[in-house]
Design a protein around this ligand. Structure first.
Ligand code: MTE
Length: 326
């Protein structure tokens, strides 16, 4: 992988290097560089080229301009880890279940209806969603409430573009994200583990914050089914469960939505669920996290950062007791 050094000596990947997902796979990326570089034309180069691109076969690419305001110093998680260690209970509760079972999800054709307290209710198909605003690539940390984290190059645009298009009325105080619950496509929705459909919600100012990403792809491709195809939300300063997958309806509402994990266990999962190392989960500490891909017996856990390191959202919560509104 091509690494540029920044002035303080730390290795900083450049946005142009984070577009194709093979770049995240160091071995494959390395041989791709070989293939493109000095030994081009040789038998090894040809082999390397095939190896580097083979893994992308079949997955539609999604072009997006890297947004340089959202480049992290953290090394991105390998595509393989990000797509095989998932929470998507509609396909089972084991981390490997979504990768094994989400093949039955049909991400096309797909529509998202935008309704509720809006002047312009809309039903958008996938192509219209893709064209609603320029697609950007943004590298975000994702911190799961279970104590692990990843670093993922998402593709999408600020959710504020949807808000602008729908023109909410003055009554809209919250946004509710309703996701698909189809027994035919999702074997897990026959289980009583959660109330279906999986619903999440944000306060209007949270939904309008530029960081909140309407997400259509990752690692230079459309979203894999197990990561919430074809459209999900990503809210990087909150625990991962706020980032609802496979959204079919977006409702602008007056009252705070009833959300899946809050219904399941209100003592443990609050509506806000901002990443907060100072507020423990009732059954475990939230002070540290295990970065997926870094875990070996000797690896130290990382310190969890307030708002997952996204300090720019702090002003949304001025005057709120975040121990009470956890
Ligand atoms: N969305 C739906 N519809 N169903 C789910 O079970 N799990 C959540 C969230 N969105 C979930 C969901 C949880 S707990 C996490 S941590 C993230 O998705 C995981 O996203 P990832 O698998 O892309 O890392």
């Amino acid at each position: 992988m091509l690494i540029k050094r920044n002035p303080n000596g730390r290795d900083l990947p450049f946005p142009s290097e984070i577009t194709p997902r093979e770049v995240f796979e160091s071995r494959r990326s390395f041989i791709k560089q070989l293939a493109l570089g000095s030994i081009a034309g040789s038998a090894l180069a040809e082999m390397a080229m095939r190896e580097a691109f083979a893994q992308n076969a079949g997955a539609p690419k999604l072009a997006a301009k890297p947004n340089t305001s959202f480049v992290l110093m953290d090394k991105p998680t390998a595509f393989k880890d990000a797509t095989t260690y998932n929470n998507f209970y509609e396909f089972g509760t084991d981390k490997s279940d979504p990768a094994r079972h989400a093949g039955s999800l049909k991400p096309r054709p797909w529509t998202v209806s935008i309704e509720g307290e809006v002047k312009k209710p809309l039903t958008l198909d996938l192509d219209s969603l893709m064209k609603l605003a320029p697609l950007e690539e943004r590298v975000y940390r994702l911190r799961c409430v279970e104590g692990w984290s990843m670093v993922i190059p998402w593709i999408g645009y600020s959710f504020s573009n949807i808000i602008k298009a729908a023109e909410p009325t003055g009554n809209a105080k919250f946004v509710e994200f309703v996701t698909l619950a189809d027994k035919k496509q999702m074997p897990g929705v026959t289980s009583p583990v959660l109330e279906w459909p999986y619903v999440e919600g944000l306060r209007m100012d949270e939904a309008n914050h530029p960081l909140t990403l309407l997400t259509l792809g990752m690692y230079g491709e459309v979203l894999p089914n197990q990561n919430g195809a074809p459209v999900r939300i990503v809210v990087p300063w909150k625990y991962g469960f706020k980032s609802a997958k496979s959204i079919v309806k977006i409702r602008f509402v007056k009252d705070q939505p009833q959300t899946a994990w809050n219904i399941a266990n209100p003592q443990e999962y609050g509506f806000y669920s901002n990443v907060n190392p100072n507020v423990d989960h009732p059954r475990w500490s939230q002070a540290t996290e295990r970065r997926i891909g870094e875990d070996s017996f000797f690896t130290r856990k990382r310190k969890t950062l307030m708002f997952n390191g996204y300090d720019q959202v702090a002003s949304l919560y001025t005057g709120m007791d975040l121990k009470k509104f956890f």
